[in-house]
Design a protein around this ligand. Structure first.
Ligand SMILES: [Ca+2]
Ligand SMILES: [Ca+2]
Length: 299
């Protein structure tokens, strides 16, 4: 019986751990958009719709369990031509208290007023966990504690489970143009990083001459690329010659398939070179010449 209980306990423990093993995700809300891998948070309280009055992103799958388990909480942010003001931007750590879910606000910007952020500049919050500044607002849990250090917040809510962590912008109303825009990148929560600014190159229907030659140069390697296209003594004019040759093709799609064809041919030629080298017949310049001769048939 005791053994069964242990097994059940282990299973239950594993079940609790499973969500932490899931991929970390960020879910934008309100008027938030993602551009080039960077989160744009807008609070526009001056236009007709209410959807963009507040914006943010909610982060999950970070492995955070209790408030005390948060070891890293940081972000880079850019207040564009606006500012930090009226408690925005801020992190919100939602905790389960005995009297329901409450938010711990963690303000970004210079303490103690959290306004006066440099415009149009990327600023970093640094790790807010452990901060001795009064940027933790726990007044939803205990009145009068809106200016708390991390240590004070930890003492108050450290043992409470975290049900959500988000980053919020909602102070458009506090600006003359009733609009606050904050860019956000490299949000770090424990071991997870969100909005790194990395982008996936857009799919294109083909390659322009410069793209085709840069692709070939990188795929073939410089010496094979020069062997294929270079015409002067040291073959240093290869790039120019490649671009001229590619420019004569009728479309980006044609160039794209040429790149694929040349790439495949180069692999075959290189194999040939290796074989000859193995027999001691093509070394140094001889090898380069044979590679050039082989590639010239293709380009
Ligand atoms: Ca609005
Ligand atoms: Ca504005």
């Amino acid at each position: 019986m005791r053994r069964f209980i242990v097994i059940a306990a282990v299973a239950a423990f594993a079940a609790v751990l499973t969500p932490a093993a899931l991929a970390a995700t960020a879910t934008p809300f309100g008027g938030a958009t993602v551009n080039d891998g960077i989160l744009t948070l807008v609070s526009n309280t001056g236009d007709a719709g209410a959807t963009n009055d507040a914006s943010g992103a909610t982060f999950s799958g970070t492995g955070v369990t209790l408030f005390s388990s948060i070891t890293m909480l940081s972000s880079e942010f850019n207040v564009t031509d606006d500012d930090c003001k009226a408690g925005s931007p801020r992190f919100q750590v939602r905790v389960q208290t005995p009297s329901g879910e409450k938010n711990v606000f963690v303000y970004l910007g210079p303490a103690p007023s959290f306004t006066g952020c440099a415009a149009n500049a990327w600023l970093t919050s640094g790790n807010l966990i452990g901060s001795s500044e009064g940027r933790f607002d726990t007044s939803q849990i205990l009145a009068g504690t809106q200016v708390s250090t991390y240590a004070q917040a930890l003492a108050l809510v450290g043992s409470y489970p975290v049900t959500g962590i988000s980053l919020v912008v909602d102070s458009g109303w506090a600006f003359p143009d009733t609009e606050q825009t904050v860019l956000v990148r490299n949000v770090r929560i424990n071991a997870s990083t969100f909005y790194t600014g990395e982008t996936t190159p857009p799919e294109t229907g083909g390659l322009n001459p410069a793209q085709a030659c840069k692709t070939l140069r990188s795929e073939l390697g410089l010496s094979a690329f020069r062997a294929a296209y270079g015409t002067n003594t040291n073959r240093a004019n290869a790039y120019g010659k490649c671009v001229s040759a590619m420019a004569r093709m009728k479309s980006d799609a044609a160039r794209s398939s040429a790149v694929t064809r040349i790439d495949a041919a180069a692999a075959k030629c290189a194999k040939l070179g290796v074989t000859k080298k193995g027999k001691g017949k093509a070394k140094g310049l001889a090898k380069q010449t044979s590679l050039a001769a082989c590639l010239k048939k293709t380009v």
